[in-house]
Every structure is written in C-alpha cells, then in structure tokens.
Unconditional design. Sequence first.
Length: 269
Amino acid sequence: MQTKIVYGCDFSGAINPSEKIFLARAELTAGTLHIQDIIHCEERLDLYYHLTTQQAYWGMDMPFAYPAFIYERLEALTNWSSLYDLAVQTSRAQFKEQIEHAISSLAQTPTRRTDAALNAKSPLSKTPINMLGLTYGGFKLLAHLVRSGVNVYPFSEQHTARSSVYEVYPSHTWRMLGLKRGMPLSTFIASFNDKYPLHIEVKDTVYTCIAGLKPSMQMDACDAVAACVTMAYALVNNQLDTSWHQKPSFATDEEWGSSALEGLIVRLS
C-alpha cells in the first residue's frame, strides 16, 4: 500500500524569518495521516533543502500569486512565471515600489477570487502587516523551486517523482472546525477526526515538541500541522496529486477560471 509524504509549512516572509518557519511532516497511508515530526527551520535555506531533496506533497501557508489586476498594470508581467522572475530580478525595496505604484490609484485593495471565497486577506494588503514583504520572499522561493524542478500548483506542468507545492490557508481550516487559532493542537485533531473521514494520528513527540516552544511559536507550529492536514485531505478527497487540470470540488467556477493567473487556495470542503 502506497505511503505519501505530506508536509505543512507555516512560511514567514519577514526580512529575518529566524524562528518563524515550521514544518509538520506526516505519512499518509490508507486514509490515515500520521503526523510524525515538527521541524523548525532556522532560515529559508533549510526550507529549500527539505523541499528539493525528496518527493513529497507540500501545503504552503503563503500566497502564490497576486490579483489579475496587477498583470494588467505592470507591462513586465504576463503570467505567473514573470511575477516570480520579477521577485528574483529586483531588490525587496524595488519590488515593493513597483507593486505599490501599480495599486496607488485604487480606492481599495484588490483581492484574488480565491481570497474572496475564503474571506482571506489580499496578498496586496498592508494591514495589519504589509503582505508585500511576505509575497516578495514567497515568490522568490517559488521561482527557485520551479528552476529546481518542483511542481507549483496550479501553474507549472506536473512532473512525476518530484515534490509538489500547493497554497493553503490554515486560518480557514481552523474556522471550518469552529475553532480559534491558538487553541491546543489536541483540540484541533479531535475536532477534525470528529468531522472528516480522514483520520489523524499524532506522535506523542509532536505534542512534546510544541509544548516546549515559546508561546509565540506554538501557534506557528500548530498552523504547520493545520496546513499538513489540509493538504492531506485534498489529496484524499480531491486527488490533487493527479488531477491538476480538472476543477476541484472545493473551488468555484470563478476561482478556477482565474487560477492560471491568480492561483488557487487548497482547502477543506
């Protein structure tokens, strides 16, 4: 029986992401997800190493694209690949300046259709944190992953025997369970097992690891688990490891029609 390796990543787009990146590693076998480890990445290079050295399915808590409006405003942008290239070819300050100029005349910040569907923050939002810093780091990472052969859903061609990354939004998963972020991981797991057919088991060492973290870091580690669970459920329920060119059941027609530019947030349904 095939076992799939599934990760959830709580990504930090901060200038200094030290102590802010957590991974949850799990094994998915016959309808059961076994959460094995919590991995703390000291910096993005550690994350890049994990992403590129094994075949796995990754739920990444970060925006993969901007609203289609941005492509219309910036001549240098023609598709998702050019957006990633812009992050690689410019400094953080230059990148933010170009994006801020493109939206400066707008009365309100545009939102992707997939953000609107989940009531999620726009990747162009500046409050309560400036998302442009996060997206700059995220797009640059995605650009390097594509060049290393990693599949980026739903944009790139899908190649077998390579890692695949998907955008997820753990806050939506917590909401779907009727829970607030920051509640104990044991409560999250019990609620999920009560409501969804995918069964989650967690090693005791995972709980011990999270309990030993600073309170400010425990939520990030729990979000990594939520991202992992979300990713695993989509693999089981929507076969997202095989059907990249078919609209998944969780997405609206509007989201799917815009996904070639705006991306698509993978979530529970």
